[in-house]
Design a protein around this ligand. Structure first.
Ligand code: SF4
Ligand code: SF4
Length: 398
């Protein structure tokens, strides 16, 4: 693995001026897809039964935590009302509205030590990987008025917030193999539920230090992919997902924007761009043909893509239409990816070789297929054979 300076990273991925992404494009496109309902029905079919749906809906439940967060620039009025009610409660008020006394100062001033502390605390609160970058404001969504308060002027992220802390949590390795069912699509919302919890706790920690923390747990404030890359957590793959050295594409991310002065990490490179150049497994398996088979390009694949970046341009619109038609989200491009492995010495060796021996990339793609990696498992056996991961074990992230 090689670390890159920000200039080297810029040369690899940026081809022109980048407008801040207009989040209304996504909101409007979802509104336009009239049948957009990914809840799906209960069926008499393995992977879609009541117990499979219960597993999936349970995984979503923690995401509500994020909807109650009022640290974002334009929180919904409902969130603000709930925060007000809670802060009036005698038992929780002292913790919810805690402000350190003016004369209490954080005894740690060194940004390098603070960065290590922030990463350790993030790990304690549940993150599996953590990175830090300077906040590059090109990745913030352009400010939009809140739908529940359209007459209120849209607020932006304050200029003082100069850093982004990017948190990642691993998705269960076994769950994602049971695609395409309700079982594999349990893994992403479970990641977001865990992130809603972890981000909320870490934001509270930073706030008590007297600093700002804008908690972007469900990524409604900024594009997380470039921030995760600039924070040194991975490289973007053909499937449009950030591929990490430890968990491959099997990670969910969130960010906290802060004015705490920290030391940024460097972007990394470990052969993903070159390996994706010969692999194409996600493109071949994508049911909506939304992933290109050709070279990286800076030509947007559709209305929902932003200009100015060099990458494989996944057509988000056709992908979402597929979700809508099937009343279910989809994670096939994560499940089939050869980087989606558990960290055994054999897999670490192959990963090292894909980073250092370019000539072997085609061979490893063939071997991946030969060993049957990325093939769906039969949902009919799921409840008997499934052993959940133990999230949060074996952390060495600072
Ligand atoms: S989520 Fe599914 S439909 Fe969308 S790009 Fe990935 S594989 Fe294709
Ligand atoms: S499946 Fe292959 S081409 Fe697609 S992201 Fe993974 S390594 Fe890259």
């Amino acid at each position: 693995m090689k670390t890159l300076s920000l200039n080297e990273w810029e040369r690899k991925y940026i081809t022109g001026h980048i407008e801040r992404y207009d989040q209304m494009k996504i909101i409007n496109s979802i509104r336009q897809i009239k049948s957009f309902n990914t809840i799906g029905e209960i069926k008499d079919k393995p992977g879609f039964t009541l117990i499979d749906q219960a597993l999936r809906i349970g995984a979503w439940a923690g995401v509500w935590l994020d909807f109650l967060d009022t640290s974002k620039p334009n929180p919904p009025s409902e969130s603000e009302q709930i925060a007000q009610i809670l802060s009036g409660s005698r038992s929780v008020r002292p913790f919810l509205v805690y402000r350190a006394p003016d004369n209490a100062k954080c005894t740690v001033a060194d940004p390098s030590i603070l960065s290590t502390i922030v990463k350790k605390v993030a790990a304690l609160y549940g993150a599996d990987i953590v990175g830090i970058c300077r906040l590059d404001r090109r990745w913030l969504y352009s400010p939009i008025p809140n739908s529940s308060q359209p007459d209120r002027e849209a607020r932006d992220v304050p200029e003082e917030c100069q850093y982004a802390i990017v948190l990642g949590v691993e998705m269960d390795y076994q769950l994602v193999k049971y695609y395409p069912t309700y079982i594999d699509v349990t893994a992403p919302p479970l990641g977001y539920s865990r992130l809603a919890f972890t981000s909320k706790l870490l934001s509270a920690f930073i706030t008590v230090l007297g600093k700002r923390a804008i908690n972007c747990a469900t990524n409604q404030v900024a594009l997380y992919q470039p921030l995760a890359m600039q924070a040194g957590l991975g490289e973007i793959g053909r499937n449009g997902v950030v591929i990490t050295p430890r968990f491959g594409p099997r990670v969910r991310f969130s960010t906290i924007l802060t004015d705490l002065t920290l030391i940024p990490d460097s972007p990394i490179e470990f052969g993903v761009t070159e390996f994706c150049g010969v692999c194409r497994k996600c493109a071949d398996m994508c049911p909506s043909h939304s992933i290109p088979r050709g070279e990286r390009s800076s030509e947007p694949a559709g209305e929902l893509n932003n200009k100015g970046t060099l990458k494989w341009q996944v057509n988000t619109e056709t992908c979402r239409i597929y979700w809508a038609k099937n009343n279910r989200d989809c994670g096939t491009c994560i499940s089939v990816c050869p980087y989606n492995k558990v960290s055994t010495w054999q897999h670490r060796t192959v990963q090292w070789l894909t980073d250092h021996a370019r000539w072997a990339d085609r061979f490893f793609v063939k071997m991946d297929n030969l060993f049957g990696y990325g093939k769906p498992r039969k949902a009919v056996n799921f409840w008997e054979e499934w052993e959940p991961n133990q999230p949060g074990r074996n952390k060495h992230i600072w």
